[in-house]
Design a protein. Structure first.
Length: 304
C-alpha cells in the first residue's frame, strides 16, 4: 500500500493493515475441520453455561441422600432422571457439570482479559519507547518468569484467601508476561516503519500512535495468545479448586468436583470422571482453536 505524504493529506497516516480482512481469516479458519469441530464444542459449552438455569435439569446444590451415588442412566441401577448419575450427596452430576462450566469460562476469560490488558500496555510501552523503559519493564518480566505461575498463584491465593474474583485477579496478574513479550517484539519491528515515522513528523502524540497505529497491528497475535491463555487459566483454576484454594466450596467448579470425586473413583467413577472429561474437552477445544488462529495469523497461511 502506498502512503500519501502527510503534507498532502494534512492528516496522520492510517495504520498499516493488521493482517488481512476478516473474510479471509474466517475462510481460512473454516477450512480447518478440526478447528470447526472445536468451535462447535465451545459454542455448545458457552450456550449451556449462559443458559444453565434453563438447561440444567436440577439445582446443582440440591441434595437427596436417598439417591446418593446413583450410576449414569445407561448402567444398571441408573435412571433417566439423572443421565450422568448423582454424587455422594445425591446431587445431579449433569447439572453440576453444566454449572461448573460457568465458573470455568468466567475465570478463563476474565484472567485472559486482565493479563492481556496488562501485557499489552507493558509491551507497547517497552517496544515503543525502548531505552531505560524497555530495560526496566523486561527485567520485571524476567522476575515474573523466575517463579512458576501456579506456585505463585498458590502463594498469592493462600495469602489473600479464596474467592472467585481473587482467583481471576491472581491468574491475570501472573499471566501477563507472554502478552508483553509478543507485543514488544511486534512493536519494535513496526516503530521504524514509514507510517509511524510520518505520524511522528506531523506531531501525532505517542499515545495516539500506540492506540491508532500500533495496537491494531498486534491484535492478531494477541487473539492467539489470549485463546491459549483461557485454556491455561481454566486448568489453573481447576488445580486451585482441587487443592481447596480456589473459589468457595458452595460454588460449583470442575476442580472441586474432581477433588470430591477422587475418594469414590474405585466404586463410583462417574463422580470424578465426568468433570474431568468436561475439563479436558474444554481445554482441548480452546487449544485447537488457538492453534488454528495462530496458523491463520501467519501470513504464510494465506498462501497455502
Amino acid at each position: 500500500m502506498t502512503l500519501m505524504s502527510p503534507a498532502a493529506t494534512g492528516h496522520a497516516p492510517a495504520a498499516a493493515p493488521a493482517g488481512g480482512s476478516r473474510s479471509v481469516v474466517l475462510r481460512a479458519l473454516l477450512r480447518n475441520k478440526l478447528a470447526v469441530l472445536a468451535l462447535a464444542v465451545l459454542a455448545v459449552l458457552l450456550i449451556a453455561a449462559l443458559f444453565a438455569p434453563l438447561v440444567a435439569p436440577y439445582d446443582p446444590n440440591a441434595q437427596n441422600l436417598l439417591l446418593r451415588l446413583r450410576p449414569p442412566a445407561w448402567q444398571d441401577g441408573g435412571s433417566g432422571a439423572h443421565l450422568l448419575g448423582t454424587d455422594q450427596l445425591g446431587r445431579d452430576m449433569l447439572s453440576r457439570v453444566i454449572y461448573g462450566a460457568r465458573v470455568s469460562l468466567l475465570v478463563g476469560a476474565g484472567a485472559a482479559l486482565l493479563a492481556g490488558v496488562i501485557g499489552t500496555v507493558v509491551g507497547l510501552a517497552s517496544g515503543y519507547f525502548g531505552g531505560w523503559a524497555d530495560r526496566v519493564l523486561m527485567r520485571l518480566a524476567d522476575v515474573q518468569l523466575a517463579f512458576p505461575s501456579l506456585l505463585l498463584a498458590l502463594a498469592i491465593v493462600g495469602f489473600l484467601g479464596s474467592g472467585l474474583w481473587y482467583v481471576i485477579l491472581v491468574l491475570g496478574f501472573t499471566g501477563w508476561v507472554s502478552y508483553a513479550r509478543v507485543v514488544r517484539s511486534e512493536v519494535m519491528s513496526l516503530r521504524t516503519r514509514d507510517f509511524i515515522t510520518e505520524a511522528r513528523a506531523i506531531g501525532v502524540t505517542d499515545v495516539t500512535i500506540m492506540r491508532r497505529h500500533l495496537l491494531p497491528n498486534v491484535m492478531a497475535p494477541l487473539a492467539t495468545i489470549g485463546t491459549l491463555h483461557v485454556a491455561a487459566a481454566i486448568v489453573a483454576e481447576a488445580s486451585l479448586s482441587y487443592l481447596g484454594l480456589g473459589v468457595p466450596k458452595e460454588t460449583v467448579t470442575w476442580g472441586a468436583m474432581l477433588s470430591d470425586g477422587q475418594l469414590y473413583l474405585g466404586t463410583s467413577w462417574w463422580v470424578a470422571v465426568f468433570p474431568g472429561i468436561a475439563l479436558m474437552l474444554t481445554s482441548l477445544a480452546i487449544n485447537i482453536t488457538g492453534d488454528a488462529l495462530r496458523d491463520v495469523a501467519d501470513p504464510k497461511a494465506y498462501r497455502r
